[in-house]
Design a binder for this molecule. Structure first.
Ligand SMILES: Nc1ncnc2c1ncn2[C@@H]1O[C@H](COP(=O)(O)OP(=O)(O)OP(=O)(O)O)[C@@H](O)[C@H]1O
Ligand SMILES: [Mg+2]
Length: 461
């Protein structure tokens, strides 16, 4: 504990302060909301180095050297918007065993570093021998990686001062603790204070400071380090998604101060580490559509867009009469409220009595669909299983469905068409309004204005 400082417990709900930790806030009566924070006794808090920032004209701000360091991991660079920005803080979150340590070690090995500065890999979870073992499995060749098995924040910051690395990796923030707080490592107060202290140290140095990658565990509530407070402090937040028992991992940016949050990175976990997937469509199709003539009931391929990248995704639906008072609606990888809307459209505009059916919708490969362009495909899959009529395996379907049963245009059609052609599809059912580039010699295109018309084209009605 530093002299002149004390800690208090602050309710995150109402802001009330107490001297001791309590399970329930005495002011607003909410449970588990008290978090330890530092209070400085002196009225004016001074920075230890006596430095105070001065206003600078925007036109006079100069930065030197290269602002972005490519990591040379293609999928990651795409998500980051071209590489790691100098002096930025990146948070990588994900479930245990998903590959956070693997990715960070690969970054340390691959990062482009013109000045031959070192990388500092701080691990509070593994011994340096264990990291060495992993680095041998991954084939790490970079000689300039320093390993540090340390939990105490002040020591870590002192090592950063001495080594002056270009990149610092902290694996994980939940194992780091500051001496200023009494609470145990991993508590919300510790995680927040440690991240804020790192931020103060790094950002004060500007472009000359190192970039920092912080690994964060996801709590049982699904957020990084409990409340999402960390996400406001850092520059970039990356989440690892996907089934850790499966081979494939998806890296998604939920916040990026230096790039788009639309792009995703798709990796395959192999013995040599995470390998970028060149053709993601192959991943999300359950079989080779170019080889099959088979027609399948309740299965539709949708050319979706993730960022600027088209991915062919197979959606399967199953409908069966329900024996429950409330029919079940279960969907994975798709918004349940959107499903409810599509079912209502089917009922009102296509005359299908799906209200008494249990409906299950699944996307293959664990990819979550976030764009509305997948509506028509999902609707067609449900209609197909309900009517028990198959859909041609080489026909893809795309379009947004409106409440009036009309089909709205979708963005980036050219990319979608090219991907369908590349993967050997013969036909595409798409919004009629989108038919500006109607003619494509390699694929037959059908424009539909209403849901009913689209189902007719597919031979379901
Ligand atoms: N020899 C191997 N061959 C293939 N895959 C492996 C091998 N060894 C480890 N893995 C994969 O690496 C994963 C663990 O990666 P990593 O340690 O980077 O995860 P993590 O996200 O850091 O986990 P934690 O949160 O526990 O630290 C395993 O779940 C497994 O899928
Ligand atoms: Mg790890």
């Amino acid at each position: 504990m530093v002299k002149g400082q004390k800690t208090v417990y602050v309710c995150q709900n109402c802001g009330a302060e107490t001297a001791k930790w309590l399970g329930r806030c005495p002011s607003c009566n909410s449970w588990n909301t008290l978090v330890e924070e530092i209070r400085s006794k002196s009225k004016v808090s001074k920075r230890p180095d006596g430095f105070s920032a001065q206003p600078v004209l925007i036109s006079k701000v100069a930065y030197f050297g290269k602002l972005r360091n490519p990591t040379n991991i293609k999928e990651l660079d795409q998500v980051l918007g071209g590489g790691i920005v100098a002096g930025s803080i990146i948070l990588i979150g994900g479930e245990p065993g998903i590959g956070k340590s693997t990715l960070t070690l690969q970054i340390a090995a691959q990062i482009e570093n013109k000045n031959k500065q070192s990388v500092l890999y701080v691990s509070g979870e593994e011994s340096i021998e264990q990291i060495k073992l992993r680095s041998e499995r991954l084939g790490v060749k970079n000689e300039n990686i320093y390993l540090l098995a340390e939990n105490q924040l002040e020591n870590i910051l002192a090592q950063i001062e001495m080594l002056k690395p270009s990149l610092v990796i902290i694996d994980s923030i939940q194992t780091v603790y500051s001496d200023k707080l009494i609470s145990s490592p991993g508590s919300v107060g510790q995680v927040r204070e440690c991240t804020a202290e790192i931020l103060r140290t790094i950002k004060g140095k500007g472009e000359a400071g190192p970039s920092v990658i912080i690994v964060g565990h996801i709590t049982k509530f699904g957020s990084i380090a409990g409340p999402k407070t960390l996400e406001h402090i850092v520059d970039v937040v990356l989440y690892f998604e996907g089934d850790k028992f499966g081979q494939y991992r998806i890296l998604r940016a939920t916040k990026n101060r230096f790039g788009s949050t639309q792009e995703i990175g798709i990796f395959e976990m192999s013995e040599n580490g995470l390998v970028g997937v060149e053709s993601p469509s192959l991943l999300f199709l359950s079989h080779d559509h170019t080889q099959t003539q088979e027609k399948r009931v309740g299965s539709v391929v949708i050319p979706t867009i993730e960022g600027t990248r088209p991915i062919l995704l197979e959606v399967q639906a199953l409908a069966a009469p329900s024996y429950y008072t409330y029919p079940q609606r279960v969907c994975t990888g798709f918004d349940a409220r959107r499903l409810a809307m599509l079912l209502c459209v089917l009922e009102r505009h296509c005359g299908m009595n799906v209200g008494n059916q249990d409906i299950f919708v699944n996307t293959s490969g664990g990819l979550k669909i976030s764009e509305s362009g997948a509506d028509l495909g999902i609707l067609a899959a449900i209609a197909s299983t309900y009517r028990n009529k198959p859909i041609d395996a080489k026909t893809a379907v795309v379009g947004e469905v409106s409440l009036a049963g009309e089909i709205r245009p979708v963005a980036l059609t050219k990319n979608r068409i090219n991907e369908c052609v590349k993967m050997g599809f013969h036909a595409l059912v798409r919004p009629a309004y989108n038919l500006q580039d109607k003619k494509d010699k390699k694929i037959e295109m059908f424009g539909a204005t209403t849901v009913h018309q689209a189902l007719e084209i597919l031979g379901i009605v």
